[in-house]
Write a protein that binds this ligand. Structure first.
Ligand SMILES: O=P(O)(O)OP(=O)(O)OP(=O)(O)OC[C@H]1O[C@@H](n2cnc3c(O)ncnc32)[C@H](O)[C@@H]1O
Ligand SMILES: [Mg+2]
Length: 204
């Protein structure tokens, strides 16, 4: 059985990954182990792009474990905010701006920032970059990407998913992504697209 570290501490991402990877990897005798189980200390996300941050996270996990690693860097780009929160999506709200920290603080801050923005201008997309590295010095990381178009709601909706899902309206489905099953979200989402690409093309 070969092992790959999944370089993420986000429980919502991990659930989505295992839904798509578990069967596929079991067939290939590959075990995907979340970095939290291997006591990997999280990388500092100092990059200026999703690609750089995903590489930093994968390299950090490879260096800490000696295993190959897969990392996800993702975020929400809102057109009316010139692409913010983007690569800073996980840390959009901060302790000192009155919203606190974490998913619900991020959502509250986003709603406040878009308070006067009409529906037609509330367009947004989720971006996801996945990076696979065979070892910490891998000179050719494999990069996969997906994006998912939607609109920011004026109030949260739905109870599934994580992060900005309660505010992300999916036009084709007529509901927020937090109202979609994990399976349906994986068929459509930025992360689902990147994972499908990876499964079709990668070489371990
Ligand atoms: O870095 P890791 O440990 O993987 O976990 P993280 O939560 O910090 O992840 P990112 O640095 O990639 O930040 C991405 C943020 O973008 C948001 N996000 C990404 N994908 C999302 C999705 O599918 N649904 C809702 N929000 C999402 C969510 O708030 C994440 O915290
Ligand atoms: Mg992060």
């Amino acid at each position: 059985m070969s092992k790959i570290v999944l370089a993420s501490g986000n429980a919502g991402k991990l659930r989505e990954f295992s839904a798509l990877f578990d069967t596929h990897f079991a067939e290939q005798n590959i075990e995907l182990i979340p970095q939290t189980q291997l006591n990997v200390i999280e990388a500092e996300e100092t990059g200026l792009s999703f690609v750089e941050n995903a590489i930093l996270k994968a390299r950090n996990a490879c260096a800490a474990t000696g295993l190959p690693a897969l990392a996800d860097d993702s975020g929400l780009e809102v057109d009316a905010l010139q692409g913010a929160p983007g690569i800073y999506s996980a840390r959009y709200a901060a302790a000192d701006d009155g919203f606190g920290q974490g998913d619900s603080a991020n959502n509250a801050k986003l709603l406040a920032a878009l308070k006067d923005v009409p529906e037609a201008q509330r367009t947004a997309r989720f971006q996801c970059v996945l990076v696979y590295m065979r070892h910490a010095a891998d000179p050719t990381p494999q990069v996969f990407q997906g994006s998912w178009e939607g609109r920011i709601l004026t109030a949260p909706e739905g109870h599934d998913g994580f992060g900005y899902d309660p505010l992300f309206f999916v036009p084709g489905e007529g509901c927020a992504s937090a109202s979609l099953s994990k399976e349906r979200k994986n068929q459509l989402s930025h992360r689902g697209q990147a994972i499908q690409q990876l499964l079709a093309r990668w070489h371990v």
